[in-house]
Design a protein around this ligand. Sequence first.
Ligand SMILES: [Zn+2]
Length: 256
Amino acid sequence: MKMFAFHCGGEKTLRSVFDPFDQDCGATIHVPYFFYLIQHPDGNVLFDSGAHPALLDDPRSRLGDAADLYEIVMSPGDDVRSRLDSLGVDPEDIGHVVQSHLHYDHAGGLEFVQGATVYVQREELTFAYWPPVYQRDVYVRQDFDTVSRWKQLRGEHDIFNDGRLVIFPTPGHTPGHQSMLVRLESEAYILAGDAVYDKEKMQARCLPGLLWSPDAIIESWEKIEEMQRRYNARLIVTHDLHWQDTIKLGPQEWYE
Ligand SMILES: [Zn+2]
């Protein structure tokens, strides 16, 4: 089994998104986007699918007026098709996509992997189609309207029934947020999506600015820490500001 982490652009935003009480909360941070490919003997699995390539030239076409709120920084090639192509993987060979949640910076590639079964927690779909006003701008219906094969989960799910790829709910950022335990030969990892923005902030129990439920995210952090202890797993968070030092970047490098 191999796992690839693909960087696919990012955006500039305020540090307050990570922690509204940070002393430096008005500072600009450059947040990366990522998705991951796991090559399992029984099939290719994506964890998230990056942002839609139209955000590169015409973010308004996807985000509407909310495009003014984000400063998206994408270059040609920062999308799921291009990144898979860099590894010689055809999007048609992706059978499974696990979506941590359906925000635009995670679900924009779904349109390009239409042969795949898409795994979400049931609560996420309802929330994504009818979001409350405070998350209205982070869901783009076009991203997930193209999906024909949903697998709606209620709780944990072991994709290939071998304990290698286990999805588990980590609500808080959104009601249906989920993470995935990836047990490779040499080491275990937890792909945490946006359940955790910043590991130190999690340890200090500092709540992020973009949040559905503080109580749920605290419980999810406890769950993630328990999984880390149980499997001696390392944590990979999508918007890791230190990614250039911490992440093995595909396709040149990988985890196995
Ligand atoms: Zn995100």
